[in-house]
Design a protein around this ligand. Structure first.
Ligand code: F6R
Length: 361
């Protein structure tokens, strides 16, 4: 029931802080160590390479998972779009392990890959929001995402849940040598501050996006992955044609599309690359783009449109904090797409041509 909310999407966006808390309660013990089935932990640790297989928004969450597994745990990780991987050349190493990431657990493209994985005798883990779903039943292991039912076609809280659970798996793989619980809990609090100030995103959506034909999201490293998700979120419910990509790629082609007033939104949560992306954005501004910056306190400059609330993380591992920083920027990009869809008078929860669960290949 969406209660007083006009659309499920807004309700689900607002549930995200509590989704993070539910996940932490479920997966962490009193010492903030990960309570994980030993067989699953073993399979993850012993794998020579982890393959994360997913589609759509879940694919975008997987890309962050790869950053965390490689950046925090040194675990070689490959992300595969399920509809491609099912028909790709696959040259496995000695001991691969497959993680299927799926909100619904029913995505046909991912099920096709799981069949192939099983036929070859490899082990698998499904992370899903629907514990009795097909992908959960058919994989060797399954773990819940605990986001609660997601009704809106546009996936929001499942994305946050997926990244949170992948962060927890990273901690487990590292035998709890770093802690994601405290930074995640701090992010949940900071998300609430963003949600208390939703009108800001309605204003920005109206100023930048409601009347736009095209829009671009840019960023580097984790911000580039979030740019993909931000663009998908905007295009699928507002029908504004949107691309998200690595900021450094602009000058290799897409810059040609920038016209007077084209919205270009830069995501600057990653300190190592924030200045580079900022200069890429300036190149679009010089060609007339209507530029917006979404950034953290540390990377902010005067005049930036969105400065995310600070996260209490003094005692946390800075690398973990950097990896997870995109979770905070996720809420603004979700709200921008929500209010753009609303401003265009569309049915936010039920965009044309799309289904919540994609059971055909
Ligand atoms: C976009 C969206 C889709 C799904 C994709 C995979 O908002 O919801 O892109 O993420 O269809 O679905 P699951 O995660 O159920 O496998």
């Amino acid at each position: 029931d969406k209660g007083l909310y006009p659309f499920y999407m807004l309700k689900e966006v607002e549930e995200q802080p509590n989704v993070i808390r539910t996940i932490l309660e479920h997966y962490m013990d009193a010492q903030q160590h990960v309570a994980l089935d030993n067989e699953i932990k073993d399979a993850l640790q012993k794998a020579q390479r982890i393959y994360i297989v997913a589609a759509g928004t879940s694919y975008h969450a997987s890309l962050i998972g790869k950053r965390m597994f490689e950046g925090l745990v040194n675990k070689p990780t490959q992300v595969e779009i399920s509809s491609e991987f099912a028909y790709d050349n696959f040259i496995p190493e000695d001991n691969p392990f497959f993680v299927f990431l799926s909100q619904s657990g029913e995505t046909a493209d991912s099920r096709e890959v799981l069949q192939m994985v099983k036929e070859r005798g490899f082990k698998s883990l499904t992370l899903t929001n629907v514990p009795n779903s097909t992908l959960a039943r058919e994989a060797t292991y399954a773990l819940p995402l605990l986001a609660g039912p997601e009704i809106a076609v546009a996936s929001t809280k499942a994305y946050t849940a997926q990244i949170s659970v992948l962060a927890i798996l990273a901690q487990a793989m590292a035998n709890d040598s770093f802690n994601v619980a405290h930074p995640l809990a701090s992010i949940a609090i900071a998300m609430e501050a963003i949600l208390q100030n939703k009108e800001k995103y309605q204003e920005l959506a109206e100023e930048y996006l409601v009347n736009a034909k095209h829009a671009f999201y840019i960023g580097r490293i984790n911000d580039a992955e979030l740019a993909l998700e931000a663009a998908l979120k905007l295009k699928e419910i507002s029908y504004v044609h949107t691309e998200g990509f690595a900021a450094g790629e602009l000058k290799h082609g897409t810059l040609a599309l920038i016209e007077e007033k084209t919205p270009v939104i830069a995501l600057l949560t990653q300190s190592a690359t924030a200045d580079l992306t900022r200069s890429n954005l300036a190149e679009t501004a010089a060609r007339g783009a209507h530029t917006m910056i979404i950034t953290t306190k540390e990377n902010a400059k005067e005049g930036d449109q969105v400065i995310l609330p600070s996260v209490d993380a003094q005692d946390d591992d800075p690398q973990v904090v950097q990896q997870l920083a995109i979770l905070l920027a996720t809420v603004p990009v979700q709200l921008l797409s929500y209010y753009t869809s609303l401003g265009r008078g569309l049915d936010v929860d039920r965009p044309r041509n799309l289904a919540k669960s994609v059971t055909v290949q």
